[in-house]
Design a protein around this ligand. Structure first.
Ligand code: PHE
Length: 408
């Protein structure tokens, strides 16, 4: 690339000494100067006295200009080039004005002026043309760089899916939606009142031992203690405080207990609470609803059973179970021996439930003589493990993609 030429011009334009007209032996005869050197000298010094000598001189200059112009091929060399020719202080055209035009004899002045004007017009238009060409060139390379190469393989983004727990929540919600329940959600940080007292579990009730839980570290003087809810049952109270019967809700959510993690325990797990209260709800409505749910969830083949149990907020209370989905209720494993899932009993306990204890209505200002209802609280992790044959609850929380991918 003929960059040297441009640089020479730049040096000349900046008025730097580059031996313009002083050779080692003194003044160099005019005809030995190359063209850019000539602009530093008055015409007389170049030996030009006749108007007709001017045309070849300017033609020379123009030739030099055209040559250099082609070399200005990027923005910065174009700028240097422009300043070398058009720079106001010491650009070549200014030098011509100062050194050739101004001191010219009357006879030459008119022609020098004409030639200079033509040269200036040529220089200005070519420099502008060059600028446009460079600009178009840069945008061309930029757009070439940005152009989409359709032959490249696409970027594959793996599409996520709902976590199995979320999927099971959805299945349960769909089943209860179909029989007139709606979903409510509540806070995971609760007051002891909603988590215990209003559910008929006073402070020294032994059942609190089973729900030993996480209390929040609050600043001194906090109005009341707060805890991570141990079950979704507080939402029974919050819902009944807000709504009048008939109430038919389910409450999906996370709950927390101080359990040591093992294959069937986790300090965080998931429940779906259910509550139905109306003026004439009976134990039959209760069992019918639950049976409908498990047959939808596990399939029509499962048998159900209700056994007496105890919860402070239901009376009577039941422990609800289904015939073992692994051995079909037989109690024996497929390859012989006892079924390990139900330990040979043929039954699997699923969740606690019962008719709402009338004492609870007192906390929400319902009249226990006018309303009745049922409630249940199921562990979702347990239901998911049974339905999908998962034998360790921890996999739900480890987020191992190999596990998650099995449930797209
Ligand atoms: N809240 C109870 C538990 O977590 C379950 C339950 C809910 C029992 C509703 C009866 C009625 O163990």
């Amino acid at each position: 690339m003929a960059q040297g030429g441009v640089c020479d011009l730049v040096r000349a334009a900046a008025g730097q000494p580059c031996g313009f007209w002083l050779g080692s032996g003194g003044l160099i005869p005019a005809h030995e100067h190359n063209v850019e050197n000539k602009t530093g000298l008055p015409l007389v010094h170049l030996g030009i006295t006749r108007p007709e000598d001017l045309a070849p001189l300017f033609a020379d200059l123009r030739g030099r200009f055209d040559e250099e112009c082609a070399c200005a091929c990027d923005e910065s060399s174009w700028k240097q080039f422009r300043d070398a020719w058009l720079g106001r202080k010491s650009g070549l055209l200014t030098q011509i004005t100062d050194n050739w035009l101004k001191p010219a004899t009357q006879e030459l002045k008119r022609v020098v002026g004409q030639e200079l004007n033509q040269l200036r017009a040529h220089v200005e238009s070519k420099i502008e043309e060059r600028r446009k060409a460079i600009e178009a060139g840069t945008s061309k390379t930029a757009s070439a760089r940005e152009r989409v190469d359709l032959s490249l393989p696409g970027v594959i983004r793996t599409i996520g899916s709902h976590h199995l727990i979320r999927q099971v929540f959805q299945q349960i919600e769909d089943i209860f939606f179909s029989i007139g329940f709606s979903v409510v959600e509540g806070p995971e940080i609760e007051t002891p009142y909603y988590n215990f007292e209003a559910l008929n579990i006073p402070e020294f009730h032994p059942v609190r031992d089973d729900m030993d839980t996480f209390y929040l570290d609050l600043p001194k003087g906090a109005p009341q203690p707060l805890l991570l809810r141990t079950h979704t049952s507080p939402m029974q109270i919050r819902t009944m405080e807000k709504r009048q019967p008939p109430v038919r809700v389910i409450v999906p959510g996370k709950v927390y207990r101080r359990d040591n993690p093992d294959a069937t325990h986790s300090f965080i797990f998931h429940q779906v609470e259910g509550l139905a209260v109306d003026s004439d709800i009976t134990f039959c409505d209760f069992t019918g609803t639950i049976e409908y749910f498990v047959k939808q969830f596990f399939g029509p083949g499962v048998k159900t059973r209700f056994r007496p149990s105890y919860f402070p907020f239901t009376e009577p209370s039941v422990e609800f179970g289904v015939s073992c989905i692994f051995c079909g209720g037989s109690g024996s494993a497929a390859g012989g021996g006892t079924c390990s899932k139900c330990k040979g009993s043929g039954w699997i306990e699923l969740f606690g439930a019962g008719m709402v204890d009338p004492a609870v209505y007192g906390f929400v200002k319902y009249d226990p003589k006018k309303v009745s209802g049922f409630a249940f609280g199921m562990g979702i992790d347990r239901l998911a493990m049974l339905k999908y044959g998962i034998d360790d609850i921890q996999v739900f929380f480890q987020n191992d993609a190999r596990f998650l991918r099995q449930f797209p």
